[in-house]
Design a protein around this ligand. Structure first.
Ligand code: GAL
Length: 417
């Protein structure tokens, strides 16, 4: 009898424990496309932090740099009424999803966490739909970088080029010395990434803004844009024969292991250098893409929250949003990811010189008016327009289309609906 009493007490308390546990342990399903070495390390930090709050991380990783594959999968899931808790979505696409009426309002978490005072307006505005927070930012990436292996340049006896004109001659010398000049992956989003840095370098921030953000027809059809296409053709001349379809992180590896001189890529590439224990300023250099000093193409990664029914799921979502914005997460995540924190108050002491330069330039270019959104990374125009423009750039990259024809095609598709 005594034993029975004890047994039932144990059963009761166990049930209570499990009951209480299941009410707290929300399952948080997170769609992302961070599958390279540096990216996986970064996202693991978010998982860790969420699990420390007693929630369960359900990983929904869809590989494919730039996120095109992930966005296709996401659309299918949402249409079938089965949205994840959160998804890695950026820029104007947040507004497109908001207009579908499927996003969750996380104002309570944002107010409690004082997001409005911690985020620069250029970041906060992107996270809101009709004035309400629907997304949490993890970082600010800079796109207009040139990643350099200095040992390669040294061995070839070549100075690192500062302009696109200098670049052609320098790349030819690297090739004569037996190196691949430009590590590139022939995927549309990578072609477009290189192209936007060229547009910025050839035309400057004002021209970039007019053509790539405002879609001004005269700028799109200008001789400056023709020059940008011609410059892209010059860069194309300096990629190796196996470039087609290569993933961006494999291209980064070519710079890391001294096969290639440079890569034009956003600073998620730095995540790969860091994961390979390479030191900024010693093993690799982060330089402005030719002609783009004092400008900054920004790319903000964020997690957008989808409507949830159960209280558990809502709690998990709030936990995720507050974890993302915590200073601890913003620091450790960005140390791995290559980007800088989205919050303005995170100390930069532990960051390397590339991140410090990025942080300085972000503020300086914002003051100067030369901070511009990346079109190749979904920050500048609606996704359908960006996609059509990207197709023109890729067609040009892989054919003998003239720069004049390319400009005409680009202008024809670059229109707001
Ligand atoms: C960008 C994204 C980065 C990085 C990169 C490669 O669009 O903002 O976080 O993951 O693609 O996938």
């Amino acid at each position: 009898m005594k034993l029975n009493k004890l047994t039932s007490a144990i059963i009761a308390s166990t049930a209570l424990m499990f009951g209480a546990h299941s009410a707290l342990a929300a399952e948080v399903e997170v769609l992302h496309y961070w599958t390279s070495g540096g990216e996986a390390k970064s996202v693991a930090e978010l998982k860790k932090m969420l699990e420390a709050k007693g929630d369960k991380w359900k990983d929904f990783a869809v590989s494919g740099g730039g996120g095109e594959n992930a966005m296709t999968v996401l659309k299918t899931r949402v249409v079938s009424g089965n949205a994840p808790t959160a998804a890695q979505i950026k820029g104007p696409s947040i507004q497109e999803w908001g207009a579908e009426g499927v996003l969750a309002n996380v104002d309570d978490t944002a107010t409690a966490g004082k997001w409005d005072s911690l985020l620069p307006p250029v970041v906060a505005n992107v996270m809101k739909f009709q004035g309400h927070y629907v997304a949490a930012p993890v970082n600010v990436h800079r796109v207009n970088w040139m990643w350099v292996n200095p040992a390669v340049f040294k061995k070839a006896g070549v100075a690192v080029p500062k302009t696109w004109d200098e670049f052609d001659a320098a790349a030819t010398k690297l090739e004569k010395a037996g190196f691949i000049a430009v590590a590139h992956g022939g995927q549309p989003w990578q072609d477009f990434t290189v192209f936007e840095s060229i547009v910025l370098g050839v035309g400057g921030a004002d021209f970039y803004s007019k053509s790539m953000v405002k879609l001004d027809q005269a700028s799109l059809k200008s001789t400056t844009m023709e020059k940008a296409f011609e410059t892209l053709r010059m860069v194309r001349k300096h990629v190796d024969k196996d470039f087609a379809g290569r993933d961006w992180n494999l291209a980064t590896q070519m710079v890391i292991n001294g096969k290639a001189g440079v890569q034009f890529m956003g600073d998620w590439a730095k995540g790969e250098f860091t994961a390979a224990h390479k030191k900024a300023g010693v093993d690799f250099l982060c330089l402005d893409a030719p002609g783009t000093a004092d400008t900054f193409t920004f790319n903000i990664d964020s997690f957008v929250m989808f409507n949830q029914n159960s209280a558990d799921a809502k709690k998990g979502q709030a936990d995720l949003a507050s974890a993302i914005m915590s200073p601890e997460f913003q620091e450790v995540f960005n140390l791995n990811k290559g980007s800088i924190p989205a919050r303005l108050d995170v100390k930069m002491d532990k960051f390397d010189d590339c991140a410090k330069k990025s942080s300085f330039d972000f503020a300086a270019t914002s003051k100067k008016g030369t901070l511009v959104p990346s079109i190749a990374h979904g920050m500048a125009v609606p996704s359908a327009v960006a996609g059509a423009m990207q197709d023109v750039v890729t067609q040009f990259f892989n054919s003998d289309m003239s720069a004049k024809d390319a400009v005409g095609k680009l202008a024809a598709v670059a229109k707001f609906q």
